[in-house]
Design a protein around this ligand. Sequence first.
Ligand SMILES: C[S@@+](CC[C@H](N)C(=O)[O-])C[C@H]1O[C@@H](n2cnc3c(N)ncnc32)[C@H](O)[C@@H]1O
Length: 247
Amino acid sequence: MPDNALYTDLSCYYDLMCADINYRSQSDTVHRLHQIFGNSGLKYLDLACGTGPHIEYFIKEGYQCNGLDISQSMLDIAALNCPEAKFELGNMCTFETDSSYDLITCFLYSIHYSGDIENLNGAIKSAHKALKTDGIFCFNAVDKNHIDNELMAKHTVLHDNSEFSFCSSWFYSGEGEKQKLKLSVEKTTTEITQQWTDEHPMVAINFEALQNLLMPYFDVHIFEHDYDKIITWNKLSGNAIFVCVKK
Ligand SMILES: C[S@@+](CC[C@H](N)C(=O)[O-])C[C@H]1O[C@@H](n2cnc3c(N)ncnc32)[C@H](O)[C@@H]1O
C-alpha cells in the first residue's frame, strides 16, 4: 500500500473519515477572521483542499472558490461535491498564480504535508505571491514539541451495511524536522474485517521557528485552536490557528 493510499485508493472513504469534523464552524471562524484582518474580498483558494469540505461552506458565503490538491482522486470527488468551484492539480509548495486571491487557507494540518522546512518555505512564499497586498493566509498547525505520541483520535461510522473505524495519531521522535501522521481504516461487513494503514511523512516544526519563516512575508496573528470563539494563542498550546496578513 503506498503511503498516501488514503488520498488515492481509499479517497472514497475520506469524507466518512472526516464525518466528525465540524467544517461549518471551521469555515465560519476563517470567514470571521478574514472580515477582521483581511480585505473581505471574495476570491478564495484552499490549498490541499481534499474533497472540498471548506469550499462547500465558502461557496454558501458567496466566495468565488478555487481548490488545489496534489491528488487527482481527491479532486475528482471535490468537483462532484462543489460543482461551482474550480480545481487544479498541483503542489502547494511550488504552485504559481497571479496575485489575485483575497483569502488562502490550508486546513486539517495539511501545511505539514510540505514535508520539510525548505518546501514549507516554498508553500509560504507561493501563498504570499498568490495573495493581494492585504489578503490573508490562514491555516492550522501543530508544534512538534507538544506532540503526544500516545494520543489517538478514533471514531466509528455505519455506512452502506458496513462499520468503519478510523484512527489517526501524530508521531514525533523528539529530534529533527520530520513527524508522521499515522492513519488506519477498518471496514467490517458481515463479520469480515479489512484493514488499511497509512503513515504520512510530514514536516515537524515548533511555533517559534514557524513564526520566523512567516514574518518576512506576513504580519502574523496566532489564535487558540478553538472554532467556537476567537482567543489569542496563550503561547503554551501545541495546536493553533495562524492568520497571516500579507505585507
Ligand atoms: C488531511 S487532507 C485535508 C483535506 C482538506 N483540507 C480537509 O480539511 O479535509 C490532506 C490533503 O492534502 C493533500 N496534499 C498532500 N500533499 C500536498 C501537496 N504537497 N500539495 C497539495 N496538496 C497536498 C492530499 O492529497 C490531501 O487531499
